[in-house]
Structures are given as C-alpha cells and as structure tokens.
Design a binder for this molecule. Structure first.
Ligand code: DXP
Length: 257
C-alpha cells in the first residue's frame, strides 16, 4: 500500500516527478514517462506551442494520470515569470506553475530575490506555486510564509548529475518545512533518488538522468523503484549511525561459557 502525497488539491501515488527535456524523441519521452509511472510531468513553456492542441510534446503526454506542470524556465525576472505563468494558465487550463528563475547561463542557479517576489505575486493571483530554489532553509521559510504549496530545493546544479550535494541544508529544510519538500535537479542516479527519499524528501524531480541514459525506459523503471525503496526505508526508520563498531550478534555469553 503506497502512501500518498498531497499537494494543494491533488493527491499523488508516485513520488517521482519527471521532466520532458533532452529525450531523443517525443515517443521515447512518452515511453519513459509512462514506465516511470510519474503523475506530475513538467514542461518548459518555451518548448511547447501553447495554443496548438496538436503540439508534439503535449500530444505525447495526453494521459489521464499525467498532470502537466508548466515551468517558467527561460525567464530572467519576477515580472517575466508572472507573465509566463499567466500565459500557461490560459493555454493549458492549469493554475499550477513550477517557478524557475535562473538567469545565470552557466550554472542555472535560481535567483532567490526574483523567485520570492514572483512567488508572492503568483500566490495572490491564485496559482499553486512550486518554486525551484537553492537549498536555502531561510528562503524556504520565507516562501512558505507567502503561501507556496511546496518547495523544490536543488540537490546539485541542473543537468550536472552530481547527486545530493546540498545534503546538510536539505536536512534542515526537511526538518523545518510545513509544506512538501521536493528535491529537484542534479539527481544523476537511482541511488541519489533513494538517498533523497531516505532523508525524508516528499518527492524528487528527475529529468536529465533518465533522458540521457542509453536506455531511458529501463532507467525510468530504476528511478521508480529507487524512489519507492527510499520512501519505505524512511518510513521504516533507518538504523542510527554509530561512531564505533558494534557487534551484530552477542559475543559475551558464547566466550564466557
Ligand atoms: C529546475 C529544473 O530545470 C529541473 O527541474 C530540471 O528539469 C531537472 O533537473 P535534472 O535535469 O538535473 O534532473
């Protein structure tokens, strides 16, 4: 029995969210996403033809269980992000928006000031805001205060596949958060995703590691299983880490007899 994740008015059975970039074809993207059993799939507004019902990407994602999550990737300011979100709401009939403001072309690191400003405005306009941010516990609290529905701190830079490099700060964010924490970006292997879930993340978002794999469908299945395993381990509570060795079976009574 899988436990469910609730964000705003939606409930998810899968805690693996996926992206749509970097696949070698739309058909391959579709097959990998179906194999992942992901129910929340992010699409870059700049990549889809919003007013075209036959847009290739949208057409390949037309499934009852798939919720599309438009993202604002490509915008540089809060003003541009709000404009992009409004366009997406009108064209895709969803008030959900993944807020991404990363003007820096080398590391794509999110701009915290523009993100907070845009989040506040979008919440006031009735959006369910899912902000992509650095693993900054203070910013997470500020975003929560303005009414975002979750936070999406990065594990490592987008597309770097480096894994959970922000570990210490993610732990604080998870400890303090009153909204779901979704670890986004830089997750390069199923083991990274399992680790994120063992830490107590509510979900993870993975794109590059699945899309650029030599076999994206098999990799999507591996990520699905890793996320499930990590979640079960988190719920079962991991054994505490000890500084010294501790025998796994009792030695004393055997030696004393
Ligand atoms: C913020 C952003 O763009 C990420 O959601 C990205 O789509 C996923 O990151 P990876 O490509 O590193 O998995």
């Amino acid at each position: 029995m899988k436990d469910k994740l609730k964000i705003a008015d939606k409930t998810f059975s899968s805690r693996l969210f996926t992206g749509t970039g970097k696949f070698s074809s739309s058909q391959q993207m579709r097959e990998a996403i179906l194999a992942s059993e992901s129910e929340l799939v992010t699409v870059a507004l700049k990549r889809v033809e919003l007013n075209n019902e036959t847009d290739d990407i949208l057409l390949h994602l037309k499934e009852k269980h798939i919720n599309l999550l438009p993202n604002t990737s490509g915008v540089r300011t809060a003003k541009e992000a709000v404009f992009a979100a409004e366009l997406a709401r009108e064209a895709l009939a969803t008030n959900w928006i993944k807020l991404e403001i990363h003007p820096d072309p080398k590391y794509f690191l999110p701009d915290p000031i523009e993100t907070l400003q845009a989040a506040e405005e979008l919440v006031k306009k009735g959006f369910v805001v899912m902000p992509y941010i650095h693993a900054d516990p203070v910013l997470c609290k500020r975003l929560e205060e303005v009414g975002v529905q979750c936070v999406m701190p990065l594990g490592a830079p987008i597309g770097s596949n480096k894994g959970i490099r922000t570990f210490d700060f993610l732990e604080i964010i998870i400890e303090q958060s009153n909204v779901p924490v979704i670890i986004d970006a830089g997750i390069g292997a199923p083991s990274h995703a399992a680790y994120a879930m063992e830490l107590g993340a509510d979900a993870v978002l993975v794109n590059t590691a699945i899309a650029v794999s030599q076999n994206p469908i098999e990799m999507a299945i591996a990520f699905k299983k890793a996320v499930e395993a990590g979640r079960i381990a988190y719920q079962a509570k991991l054994a505490p880490i000890k500084q010294h060795a501790e025998a796994s079976s009792p030695l004393t009574s055997f030696l004393n007899e």
